[in-house]
Design a protein around this ligand. Structure first.
Ligand code: F6P
Length: 375
């Protein structure tokens, strides 16, 4: 059979379990099913700029289904803002030029929200892009789930399970920080699955006194330990208000100076937010007189073997991506919808974030079983 197309593939943004399964899904479909050629670019968009190519063949794709991380490497570099020789440059035109020079017919970008935006920019510059949604945060719009979320959920849940016995033995509050950026999917999911007594997410700003009341109620009922799952983006009501006001000021800015000032304010608020989980633990100790400890899960949530659910999702999305390229359908993100996949125009995804709606069934279920959400 004559070779049909030559495609490029890269992984961008933070890594997540299942990326290799997705590379394999795209690669095997392209190579074996459609007889295309596939070339990987190392370290995200920088790989196209700096010609970091890696030819993907059957042997490179073999044995990677279960491997964590990404065989291609990744970076948070954006086409329009790339540090080259110590200065920020817009490298979009270089990417377009190299895409032509390497004889590519399509470019597959695996990434989260930021990557969807970058991919749209490349589409608008004339590149045939197709994207796959991946991030442990599960916050990409218009897809049921993202590659990596299921594994991270397993890891975070297992950790909460383990914290129970030590919290119980020492009669302590254990405050555990879960990743998720500005979305609460991971903390909420792991908190519910792990039976956390309090779950704090960015979408529901909290009142520390309400949390202390809930913990004291547990103590009065004879249970003097508590597990508090805190999303890294969770905020006290007053902090959330300050953020909202600074964001609004940035939106309303009439000139560069006003915009710059609003950005500085946001950066200061963000800097203050670092360490919020420690603050929550300290405040709860003071208010309840129960000893408290902190466990920050961090990057362990992104590492290691992808779960079966992620391998399955990645393989489904990867093979559907091969189909789209074969059918010349470009400028799309391959979304997961129930058992099916669906191409969604990048214009509809870029710049949007899927956050937890306050009336989401997970939220309702958590409330029904008596979990305190801090409000
Ligand atoms: O987007 C995935 C994620 O792990 C977030 O949950 C977290 O806020 C962020 O990446 C951490 O980014 P970095 O890897 O750049 O430290």
């Amino acid at each position: 059979m004559a070779q049909t197309k030559r495609i490029g593939i890269l992984t961008a943004g933070g890594d997540s379990p299942g990326l290799n399964a997705a590379i394999r899904g795209v690669g095997k479909t392209a190579l074996s099913f459609y007889n295309m050629e596939i070339v990987g670019f190392r370290d995200g968009f920088r790989g196209i700029v700096e010609d970091r190519r890696l030819k993907l063949d059957k042997s490179t794709l073999a044995g990677i289904l279960t491997v964590g991380g990404t065989i291609l490497g990744t970076s948070r570099d954006k086409p329009q803002r790339m540090m080259i020789d110590g200065r920020i440059h817009d490298m979009t035109s270089v990417i377009v030029k190299n895409y032509g020079r390497y004889g590519l017919d399509a470019l597959v970008c695996l990434g989260g929200g930021g990557t969807q935006k970058s991919a749209l920019r490349l589409k608008e510059s004339g590149i045939n892009v197709v994207t796959l949604p991946k991030t442990i945060d599960n916050d990409v719009a218009l897809t049921d789930s993202t590659i990596g979320f299921a594994t991270a959920l397993d890891i975070a849940t297992e950790t909460i399970d383990r914290l129970h016995s030590t919290a119980h033995s020492h009669h302590r509050i254990i405050v555990t920080e879960v990743m998720g950026h500005r979305a609460g999917w991971l903390a909420l999911g792991a908190g519910i699955a792990g039976g956390a007594d309090v779950i704090l997410i960015p979408e529901i700003p909290y009142d520390i006194h309400k949390i202390a009341d809930a913990i004291r109620r547990r103590s009065r009922a004879g249970t003097n330990f508590s597990i508090v799952a805190v999303a890294e983006g969770a905020m006290a009501k007053e902090d959330a208000r300050a953020f909202q006001m600074a964001e609004a000021r940035k939106e309303r800015a009439r000139n560069q100076r006003e915009k710059h000032e609003a950005k500085l304010e946001l950066a200061a608020l963000e800097a203050r937010h670092t360490g919020n989980t420690l603050r929550v633990a300290k405040q709860l100790e003071e208010l309840t007189h129960l000893e408290s400890r902190v466990t920050i899960l961090g990057y362990v949530q992104r590492g290691g073997i992808p779960s079966p659910a992620d391998r399955l999702l990645a393989t489904r999305l990867g093979s559907a991506c091969g189909d789209l390229i074969h059918d010349n359908v470009f400028g799309m993100m391959v979304a997961s919808r129930g058992d099916r996949t669906e191409p969604v125009p990048l214009e509809k995804v870029a710049g949007k974030r899927k956050i937890v709606p306050p009336d989401h069934p997970w939220v309702e279920a958590a409330r029904r079983v008596g979990t305190c959400l801090g409000d």
